[in-house]
Design a protein around this ligand. Sequence first.
Ligand code: HEM
Length: 706
Amino acid sequence: MAQTTVEPGATKPRPALGVVGLVGAGAAIAALVAAALTVLVNGPGVPVPGLDGPGELATVALPAVRALAEVAMVLTIGALLLAAFLVPPQRSGYLDVAGYRALRAGWMVAALWAAAAAMMVPLSVADALGRPLGDVLDAGLLAQVVPRLSTATAWTLTALVALVIVAACRTILTWGWTVVGFGVSLLGLLPVALTGHSATGGAHDLATDSLVLHVLAASLWVGGLVAVVALAAHRSADRIGALATAVPRYSRLALVCWLVLAVSGAVNALVRVGPAQVLTTAYGALVVGKTLALLGLGVLGLLHRRRTVERAARGEPSALVRLGAVEILLMLATIGLAVALGRSAPPATASAPPSRTEVLIGYDLTAPPTFLRLALDWRIDLIFGTAAVVLAVVYLAGVRRLRRRGDAWPMGRTIGWLSGCVALLVATSSGIGRYGSAMFSVHMAEHMILSMLVPILLVLGAPVTLALRALPPAGRTNPPGPREWLLAAVHSPPARVLTNPLVALPLFVGSYYALYFSDLFAAALPQHWAHLVMNLHFVLTGLLFFWPLIGVDPAPRRYPPAARLGILFASVPFHAFFGVALMSSSTVIGGEFYRALALPWVPDPLRDQQLGGGLAWASGELPLLLVVIVLLVQWSRQDERSARRDDRRAEADGGAELAAYNAMLQRLAAKPTPDAAGQVSVGSREEGRSVDEDRPSRDGTSPRSP
Ligand code: HEM
């Protein structure tokens, strides 16, 4: 793999001008489509008595600027995706030319993203307050209103993330930090996905989850294609080598993104518009438009696979650039269409207005939880439920690859991993997940499964070891791939710090106290996205805590069994005390939310909380017991292994080590020891006897008794 050095201060890498023009035209089309369709579908806006309305400027500018912000967002994410995972870095860990160039182009689009997102703040305020834009361009008013308006807050956060990415793209030179930058840029798409239509009203949990997956897939797909086409269109010498890696990798990603877009788009659409209304409403028509766009883009993708991908990977990118240009224009126009869809009021799907429970948690609960309802009343969590299924399928594919190669893989590990996936699915998507959003006691059961049971079972599955054995190593000639990325992640400084018990233990148990005994939990309760973040936190802190303790995989540090047992026992009192504190508390945590829900079978939220405390106390101890058993088994196995190793070594070197040890003992025994007067006297035969003579032989019998 040819290495080209990037000299800091070298001539500025210039993006291919044709692509700049193309993307500029595409962004203009996106803005135009968004504004035109929004006005076409919604008209100048429904007049509200006593409110002037945001006025034409804001009505047209808002969808146009939103489309520009989303186009700049996908381009930024695409540039970082290419630099981090589509083109290889140098062996030194520094970015190579193609990656460096993508990053340098990235800061410019990130700056556009930041500017457009910042403009969306006053536009969202004008829209929400129904006031002309000029009226809200007042710092005092914005300072007051923005923190109270979720869309304005979301855009402020997006602008801040985009600014961080601008700085990152201007300064980063290494692969490791590029990956971090890519991760941060993905955070930037969340505010858009977590506010707007999807976050309120009936089924907002399904709408929010599907939109997060939808916007993520759209960003990687559209942004990735623009970055690959920009690389292919660049006239520099390094592009051929980089294309050989980037094009096949992007092609695989594109297929997954297409599928995720289709499914998540359909789910999101069906939450908003009934099948009968698809052809009879304006909202439905926009959905049909998007579906046609996706099908058209699918056909172009197929053509790429048939005609351009191989040629581009072989160093003939012109066909890919031509077809890619058409595809990019269609994709950006579809983003415009998507913004108009997001700005259009969905038709009323239900005859009756949503119930109070439905408004607060996104769906209705009509009866108290029984064992049967908790077991059978499922509501799939599109994020964690999907993750559980994908994790199980990918793991089984890895085991199958090993088996096909004739390599064994312990069944116990597979059972551990699959049970962990099932526990994740059950905790988030069965009746536990359904009632967990509305009842503290059920939420605590969900919390305990996610932070204790799921991580314990998953780390026993040894996923890293399986991946390292199933994934092909890049070797010296190929660019680093998933296997090398995984190794880099496991041995990265953040992994070392986060798995250090001095960090993992407070994160694991301390966060219970921080979440429930502060206002955090009460603030999180009404927000579906906050439930997603909480669940993710529970699983991750559990993994970071249990991995170094009982994980089979190589961890950044390995502690002796006794130390691991100590760390585990150190967590027990915090756990127990947490449960007791909840049981004995006299204030209802999240009282306002639970009282607003007013579930008929929870007349006294405090009682339900105390039940939750009892569950935390009891259910916390069980998994810990499991960990103690696993640790003791691992400890004894480790002893056996080292005993076997010693035996093998003794057999191999004829017991040289033992002989050396005995010789040392004899030398010690032979050394004259000075008496009280400092006089030295020669020792007796008894004292010189060797260790071996005492240690019972393997068959337990002692060789020589006096
Ligand atoms: C089967 C095809 C598709 C369907 C059914 C679909 C459906 C949807 C729905 C229902 C929304 C939420 C709108 C709202 O908030 O009310 C949405 C948002 C979005 N879609 Fe799609 N979509 C499809 C394909 C695509 C494609 C191909 C792209 C990009 C190339 C795309 C990009 C987006 C984006 C960026 C948003 C967020 C818009 C915003 O809230 O500003 N979608 N889509």
